[in-house]
Design a protein around this ligand. Structure first.
Ligand code: ATP
Ligand code: MG
Length: 455
């Protein structure tokens, strides 16, 4: 009964382009299956974001068959000919076709020494990471191949390695991160034996980019705390971000950080900012006559956050935007402060980051618990004032200044150099107090009074 209903769902869920491609393989005398995450999602009653297919056709043949199919408007991209992976893309469709393979040993802990394409679907499934990702579906014969109990694990919501977890993690250490990533994205628990095989130092072999991609997927998933707790518990987090040592050893602090991550909008920049925002709090903790405080943790935290993000090779723009949030997350949200103070904040942070900063504060307040209602009231009033101010006037950036470096050199008769930049900053600070001053007359008068009148 369930299977009947499920087949009906599959018929509706699989796009015609995928069915047509599977049929083409069949017509050419090959078999082709829906596999991996696509089949897992279908079995969960969800529409997959991308379509993983596996076939016994050799890579050159896959290419030829896909080329015929490209007439349907699909663009073909070769991901790695050596590994027999071909991608077909259309605006809303992402299909990945791989040839069944058998793999040799992984002596570098990242890639197989050899790949043999002459194999059976069962062998292909046995090299996949987790049982829930190691099934295959032949749609025309309605045949579901499940050699490792993937359906049972789906029912029990368990992520379990295919085969011996120690060996599987030694082959490709990225699977340790994927183990927690799938717990977060699917809301499953991890199999105990699989978790026991986690060996953090193996991650050293993995490229920072691959680590970055898996951790980001974990962070933006619906249950980031589930996976993050595992990364902390097993020491994986410290192996790629030792900067967290002080945070993870402080129970209150780490639970606040985790709650902030969960409370913030699931966008990569925001989730990373939430994870990193209190990175220096443990090391800046001090007790004096004013009581317990964490002075300077935002400034020190900015540097530590930059270290983590640079190590993981995030783009310059991403690093800049996240570190700005870490640096300014302690901004004053006093709703009674002056317009000048609000403008100063907007200029320091940059208009494009203000929404993110407010979102970080919102999550930070939710995750703090104490005095929640008072903090929330003040914050709401502050956010409304800031929004009104931004709507009423354009926030200025250095580029909007009515004079430029050349003007300054000419008026003051000074050569190009760092002094010109400093004077531009000074003029900028002056106009943010009173934006009407941003005209050449007022700015030249300022330069005259401050730099020329005494000489
Ligand atoms: P997502 O929903 O993120 O796309 P997915 O399961 O499809 O999840 P992919 O990274 O797209 O994950 O990989 C597709 C399939 O390839 C997986 O389901 C798994 O069978 C296999 N796979 C991917 N990476 C590995 C790996 N490092 N080791 C073993 N098998 C892997
Ligand atoms: Mg996928």
């Amino acid at each position: 009964m369930f299977m009947n209903r499920w087949w009906k769902f599959v018929q509706r869920a699989v796009p015609p382009e995928v069915i047509a491609l599977l049929r083409l393989f069949k017509e050419h005398g090959f078999t082709a299956y829906i596999v991996g995450g696509a089949l897992r999602d279908l079995l969960l009653g969800q529409i997959p974001a991308d379509w993983d297919l596996a076939t016994d056709a050799l890579p050159e043949t896959v290419e030829e068959i896909c080329a015929t199919h490209s007439a349907e408007g699909l663009k073909i991209i070769q991901v790695g000919k050596k590994f027999g992976v071909i991608k077909l893309l259309k605006s809303t469709l992402d299909i990945e076709v791989t040839t069944f393979r058998q793999e040799g040993p992984y002596s570098d802990g990242r890639h197989p020494d050899w790949v043999d394409f002459r194999s059976r679907i069962e062998e292909d499934l046995s090299r996949r990471d987790f049982t829930v990702n190691a099934m295959a579906l032949e749609v025309f014969n309605k045949q579901l191949i499940d050699p490792f109990g993937g359906r049972k694990d789906l029912r029990h919501k368990v992520i379990r390695a295919v085969g011996d977890p120690e060996q599987r993690f030694a082959e490709d250490a990225l699977r340790m991160l994927r183990f927690f990533r799938f717990q977060s994205s699917l809301g499953f628990r991890g199999d105990r034996k699989t978790e026991e095989a986690i060996t953090p130092h193996l991650l050293e072999k993995i490229s920072p980019e691959r680590i970055r991609e898996e951790v980001t997927k974990l962070l933006v998933s619906p249950r980031p705390v589930q996976g993050l707790s595992g990364l902390i518990r097993t020491g994986l987090l410290l192996s790629f971000a030792p900067e967290f040592a002080g945070v993870v050893s402080d129970e209150c602090l780490i639970s606040h950080v985790l709650m902030t991550v969960e409370a913030i909008t699931p966008h990569p920049r925001l989730r990373w900012a939430a994870l990193l925002h209190d990175l220096a709090k443990a090391q800046c903790r001090a007790v004096d006559e004013r009581g317990l405080h964490y002075y300077g943790h935002a400034e020190v935290g900015e540097e530590l956050a930059r270290n983590v993000l640079e190590r993981l090779r995030f783009s310059k723009d991403f690093i800049k935007r996240v570190t700005i949030l870490v640096r300014w997350h302690m901004f004053s949200a006093d709703p009674n402060q002056t317009d000048t103070a609000l403008r100063r904040l907007a200029c320091r942070v940059g208009e494009e980051n203000l929404c993110d900063l407010l979102e970080l504060r919102r999550a930070d307040i939710i995750a703090s618990g104490q005095n929640y209602h008072r903090a929330w009231e003040g914050f709401s009033a502050f956010a409304s004032r800031l929004e009104a101010l931004l709507q009423a006037e354009k926030v200025l950036t250095l580029r909007d200044l009515a004079v430029n470096g050349k003007d300054i050199m000419k008026v003051l008769g000074i050569p190009a150099g760092p002094q010109v930049g400093q004077i531009l900053q000074e003029l900028f600070a002056w106009i943010t107090e009173e934006p009407d001053r941003n005209n050449r007359e007022d700015l030249y008068r300022y330069l005259e009074e401050h730099y020329l009148s005494g000489s």
